[in-house]
Design a protein around this ligand. Structure first.
Ligand SMILES: Cc1cc2nc3c(=O)[nH]c(=O)nc-3n(C[C@H](O)[C@H](O)[C@H](O)COP(=O)(O)OP(=O)(O)OC[C@H]3O[C@@H](n4cnc5c(N)ncnc54)[C@H](O)[C@@H]3O)c2cc1C
Length: 458
């Protein structure tokens, strides 16, 4: 029996592919039934989007490739999201479209809708004997010696579940990973990042196109010392010290909605926004500082009562524990910065790699080892890219943004053939291994790494 802890995108896709593996290879029949345990409620229970704090993820080439391994599954996932091939920067009232390849859009999909469609398809395709998904079951401990997992159910009763293969797909704060920490040779780092966010759900204003992610930076309070030059708006977007500003990305959602991700670090915390306790006051704030958005009363109330979410980065030296016949996948193994939008995509790639290796090896332990060797390298590279693809320093950030704007302008001319694809394009539009992308861009990445470190110390 395979036990998967966590019914996020990686746990659910893994269930689909494990069931395929067991059907394909006799030696993998012992993986049946596949049982998935999830702490949260069933995502298929209808809930207005504004009541959730779930954000949109952009599924790009790697995510699409992994999901497409299950017949017809990508078609179902696509119905839940919105394709997007544009990134639009809104600076000082101007909108600058940074062109992405229109033939290779990312699919913007709400996390909850993604989980809902993956579980719905799982239960449509397989019987209860083959797969069981248990919601409201929180993993509270793992014993590698007896190969059993303990879950706490609603109502506080506990349950011990034996397994032949255990998969920790329980996200950045993984409980399964805690059992790995006691294993010899397992090294692990966990860093709370200063990035914090809240999600607001609003109707999509007609001015914002439904095939683009719109990114805004709005200065809400200026210090007298701020730059006053004619292209002030550009520097305000790129880098402003001593001013209060809000940064937000607007992701179109099906049914003409928008999921607005407001993110900040301690230096850019939008204190005035976070102090608001009254829905009408929030509506006025949005009208004043976040046009063209407007927020309905219920969504404003839900936003005020939503706790800010913080993020965490995780790095493990190994993704398997032989004695415990256990593997880590997705954020449980390598939660990374969301700057490049590769967290979910790299998680789905883990699933793809592990299950391919299971079929090739026909044996769980050999597959775990090969999976870990390959994906530790790839996921460390993905995390390094996510950490260092974008400069933060005072001088490099404006230069980088300017370069992007010029490149976008040149994209419609014959000169575009001479411009090498950006790190972002290579990650999101191709299946080139992350380690190869690091290799091709090592000088730029090193420059960003060093200047980011220096600017953090300033
Ligand atoms: C603001 C933001 C924006 C992002 N945007 C993108 C993007 O555009 N593209 C992209 O590729 N990635 C993006 N990511 C990253 C992406 O969300 C994650 O990498 C992805 O969700 C990882 O999937 P997962 O299934 O491994 O983990 P999760 O999605 O975290 O799922 C883990 C599941 O395990 C459950 N669980 C946790 N603990 C327990 C327990 N003890 N017992 C039982 N169940 C448990 C959780 O409830 C959850 O359902 C973003 C992340 C953030 C924070």
């Amino acid at each position: 029996m395979a036990v998967i802890v966590g019914a996020g995108p990686s746990g659910l896709l893994l269930a689909h592919l494990l069931l395929d593996c067991a059907a394909e290879k006799d030696s993998l029949r012992g993986l049946l039934p596949v049982r998935i345990f999830e702490a949260r409620d069933d995502p298929r229970i209808p809930l207005p989007l504004y009541k959730t704090r779930q954000y949109c993820v952009g599924l790009s080439a790697r995510g699409r490739d992994a999901i497409s391994r299950v017949d017809g599954l990508w078609t179902e996932v696509e119905k839940q999201g919105v394709p997007s091939s544009q990134f639009v920067l809104h600076i000082g009232g101007r909108a600058i479209a940074l062109k992405r390849n229109p033939d290779k859009p990312s699919l913007l999909v709400n996390q909850r809708s993604l989980a809902a469609v993956l579980v719905k398809e799982l239960q449509k395709r397989y019987s209860q004997k083959q797969v069981q998904v248990i919601y409201g079951a929180r993993c509270v401990g793992v014993d590698f010696n007896s190969r059993a997992v303990e879950f706490r159910l609603k109502g506080d009763e506990t349950m011990q579940v034996p397994y032949d293969l255990l998969v920790g797909a329980d996200g950045a704060r993984s409980v399964v990973r805690e059992a790995f920490i006691r294993e010899r040779g397992f090294d692990f780092q966990q860093v709370n990042t200063p990035y914090t966010f809240k999600v607001l759900h609003v109707p999509r204003p007609a001015e914002l196109s439904d095939d683009a992610v719109h990114s805004f930076r709005v200065v809400t309070k200026k210090d007298s010392g701020d730059c006053n030059c004619p292209i002030r708006f550009f520097f305000e977007f790129a880098y402003v010290t001593g001013s209060t500003s809000i940064n937000f990305g607007c992701f179109p959602t099906p049914g003409d909605g928008m999921s607005v991700l407001l993110g900040w670090s301690p230096e850019t915390e939008p204190k005035d926004l976070l102090q608001i306790q009254n829905a009408q006051e929030l509506q006025s704030y949005v009208e004043k500082y976040m046009p063209p958005l407007s927020v309905p009363l219920e969504a404003a109330e839900a936003f005020i009562s939503q706790r800010p979410s913080s993020s965490m980065q995780v790095s493990c030296s190994r993704f398997y524990a032989e004695k415990g016949r256990a593997v880590l996948i997705g954020d449980a193994a390598h939660a990374m910065s969301n700057a490049l939008g590769q967290g979910c995509n790299s998680s789905l790639k883990d699933v793809d790699t592990f299950t391919r290796m299971l079929v090739e090896e026909g044996d769980v332990v050999s597959a775990m080892k090969r999976y870990s060797t390959q994906q530790v390298k790839e996921d460390h590279a993905a995390a390094y890219l996510s950490q260092n693809a974008f400069p933060e320093s005072k001088w490099l950030r404006p230069a980088y943004l300017l370069g992007n704007i010029v490149t976008a302008g040149l994209s419609k001319t014959p000169l575009s053939a001479l411009i090498p694809p950006s790190i972002q394009s290579l990650c999101s539009e191709t299946l080139i291994p992350y380690s190869e992308i690091v290799n091709r861009n090592k000088f730029w990445l090193k420059l960003v790494e060093v200047t980011n470190l220096l600017s953090a110390k300033e």
